[in-house]
Design a protein around this ligand. Structure first.
Ligand code: FDA
Length: 297
């Protein structure tokens, strides 16, 4: 429902063109520019957290847009290295052309992985809606075999994820386990919260028991965080928590203060609307915050 309303043209234009709309976005987005993302990275690093810098944008449909995103990501890697930020980048393959030319997306990812490797950095591939899952898994597997410095997000709500995880864990790299943020049909995904949470817990056991891969546990859910901490105690190799910029910041600081490894996903850029809609959809309380900000209360 939230997504349907948000996708209507008048709502989109009200949010993206008003000061109040932009103010709401700033809770979840570090800023329009890379410099603002780097500043957020500094602040979070000082608080004991790593970062993953994300340039917002998805579903591009021209090679010119891909070229722009690629250059901005190259810049991002250079700035992370130049400023000694403890971080990496997160990318979306549709931002690199997957929706219209998978070969272009592969070439762009190849270039980014090579650039990251030159700086001794890593690249995480976000997972998008289920029409892209197979292509994303295949491209990730090939790129990880070639470069060895990549990671991939897998979504617990997808029925196929246990098989994808089995296939991908032997490749090493890092696997970011998240619940999943897109609206999916129930042929593809569990749709009730309890089923998704149970699927997440099963995958968490599967992932944390494998020492070949680096588990990145991306959730703000206190029960799943507690289960991760418990499973982490019997792990020989590292793992990390991941959370989103602006979501449960106090919990983020508490994990860092307890000496647990945590990375914050820091989005930046002017194309923030689809990202904001996913964040609003995750929590009813966000909608009240959003409505209050829009009417200036
Ligand atoms: P859940 O939604 O059950 O939330 C648990 C609690 O956390 C809530 O009760 C609330 O307190 C708090 N909370 C969660 N979301 C909130 C919000 N937006 N605002 C305020 N409070 C909130 N998805 C995807 O499909 N592909 C991807 O590549 C990624 N990548 C990714 C990276 C990282 C680092 C994270 C943390 C998440 C993602 N996601 C994602 C999003 C993920 O799939 C999921 O939609 C959200 O993390 C919300 O799920 P939780 O696990 O936090 O649980």
């Amino acid at each position: 429902m939230v997504v349907a309303v948000a996708e209507s043209v008048p709502v989109r234009s009200m949010v993206t063109t008003t000061r109040a709309g932009k103010a709401v976005a700033r809770r979840f987005v570090a800023g329009d520019t890379l410099a603002e993302a780097v500043t957020a990275g500094f602040v979070l690093n000082r608080q004991g957290m790593k970062v993953s810098l994300d340039l917002l944008g998805e579903e591009v449909h021209s090679s010119a847009e891909v070229e722009t995103a690629l250059e901005e990501y190259v810049d991002c890697l250079d700035q992370i290295a130049a400023n000694a930020i403890d971080g990496n980048i997160s990318i979306k393959l549709t931002q690199l052309g997957l929706a219209f030319d998978p070969g272009l997306a592969w070439n762009a990812l190849d270039r980014l992985a090579e650039k990251a490797s030159a700086h001794k950095l890593t690249v995480t591939i976000d997972m998008e809606d289920s029409t892209y899952t197979q292509a994303t898994v295949d491209i990730y597997a090939a790129a990880q075999e070639r470069h060895g410095n990549l990671g991939l997000a897998l979504q617990a709500y997808l029925r196929r994820t246990p098989d994808d995880l089995e296939r991908l864990m032997p490749l090493g790299g890092h696997i970011r386990l998240c619940k999943g943020a897109y609206v999916e049909p129930d042929t593809e995904a569990f749709t009730s919260k309890s089923d998704v949470d149970a699927a997440f817990a099963r995958l968490l056991h599967q992932l944390m028991a494998n020492e070949a891969v680096m588990p990145a546990i991306a959730t703000h859910d206190p029960k799943l965080i507690a289960l991760t901490r418990q499973l982490g105690r019997s792990r020989a190799n590292p793992y990390e928590f991941q959370m989103l910029y602006g979501v449960r910041p106090q919990a983020q600081r508490e994990l860092a203060a307890a000496g647990l490894p945590i990375r914050i996903y820091v989005p930046h850029g002017s194309r923030w609307y689809p990202y904001l809609v996913r964040r609003l959809g995750e929590r009813p309380g966000n909608l009240w915050f959003f409505m209050r900000a829009l009417i200036g209360k």
